[in-house]
Design a protein around this ligand. Structure first.
Ligand SMILES: [Fe+2]
Length: 260
C-alpha cells in the first residue's frame, strides 16, 4: 500500500469493519453490554484524538492516518477479553494488547499495510498499555507508541470521570504517598485502596509525553477533580504541589514538530 488514497481507503474500510466486529459482541446482558459500549466509544475517541495529536505534531497525511488506524485497533482485544473473562483487568485475565494483536492476525487485518507500517502498528499496540515503552532505536515506532499512549490516557480520564468517588475513608498506602511526594511512578500491583486507585491516575500525568495532551487533561479539569477527591493530608499536599509544579514546567515546553 503506497499511495495516500490507498491508506485513506484502508482506514475507512476498517472503520466500517470494526463497527461490525464490535456489534458482533453486543449482548443482552446489561453489564456486558455496558462494558462493550464503553470500549466502542473509547475506540472512536482514541482514533480521533490520535489523528488530531499527529496533526498537531505536523506529521504528514499518511502518518496522521496511520496514527488513527493505531487508535482504531489499539483496544481490539478488549471485546474478546470482556466477553470471555467479564473483566478489563489484565492481571485477572490476559494482556489485552497481545490479545488484540492475535485478533488482528486472525482476521488478516494488517496484510495490506506496508511491512514498515505493520511493524510500527504492532509495536505501538503492544506498548500502549505497558508500564514503559520497550527499548527501540526506531524513532518512528517510538513516536507512534507515544502518540497512542497519550491519546489513550486522555480518553481514559473521560471514561473514568463518572466513577470518581469522594470521601473514601481508607487512606492512600504509605508506599504510594512516598512515591507521589517524589514525583515518581509506582507499582500498580501494590494498589490496596480506592484512594490508591485515584492516586495512580494522578501519577499517569508524569507519563504523558506531549504538552498538547497535558493541556487537554488540565483544561478538562480532570486533575483538580481527582485532587479534590483525595485525602488532604500534609504529605498528600506536598505531592499535589510537586505535581502542579511539574505540570506548569511541562506546559511551558512546546511540542516540537516532527522532522522528516
Ligand atoms: Fe488498551
Amino acid at each position: 500500500m503506497k499511495t495516500l488514497n490507498e491508506i485513506e481507503q484502508y482506514y475507512q474500510e476498517n472503520t466500517e469493519w470494526m463497527n461490525k466486529y464490535i456489534k458482533s459482541f453486543y449482548n443482552d446482558n446489561k453489564e456486558i453490554q455496558a462494558g462493550i459500549s464503553i470500549k466502542e466509544v473509547h475506540t472512536k475517541k482514541v482514533a480521533s484524538i490520535s489523528g488530531v495529536l499527529a496533526g498537531h505534531l505536523q506529521l504528514n497525511k499518511h502518518d496522521v492516518i496511520l496514527a488513527q488506524i493505531i487508535g482504531l485497533f489499539h483496544d481490539i482485544g478488549r471485546f474478546k477479553q470482556f466477553t470471555i473473562y467479564k473483566t478489563f483487568n489484565d492481571a485477572l485475565s490476559e494482556n489485552h494488547a497481545l490479545l488484540g494483536l492475535k485478533v488482528l492476525q486472525e482476521y488478516n487485518l494488517l496484510e495490506r499495510l506496508s511491512s514498515d507500517d505493520r511493524q510500527l502498528l504492532e509495536f505501538a499496540i503492544r506498548n500502549h498499555n505497558a508500564k514503559q515503552i520497550e527499548q527501540t532505536k526506531d524513532k518512528r515506532q517510538l513516536l507512534f507508541a507515544k502518540i497512542i499512549r497519550d491519546a489513550d490516557k486522555l480518553d481514559i480520564f473521560r471514561v473514568l470521570r463518572p466513577y470518581l468517588t469522594t470521601g473514601d475513608i481508607e487512606p492512600c498506602s504509605a508506599v504510594f504517598v512516598e512515591q507521589f511526594k517524589n514525583g515518581g511512578q509506582c507499582d500498580y500491583k501494590l494498589i490496596r485502596t480506592q484512594n490508591d486507585r485515584k492516586l495512580v491516575r494522578l501519577l499517569w500525568i508524569y507519563d504523558i509525553n506531549f504538552s498538547w495532551t497535558l493541556s487537554k487533561i488540565v483544561s478538562q479539569g480532570y486533575i483538580e477533580e481527582i485532587i479534590n477527591s483525595l485525602p488532604q493530608t500534609a504529605d498528600m499536599k506536598i505531592g499535589f504541589g510537586v505535581l502542579k509544579n511539574y505540570i506548569s514546567q511541562k506546559l511551558k515546553q512546546p511540542d516540537m514538530p516532527v522532522a522528516y
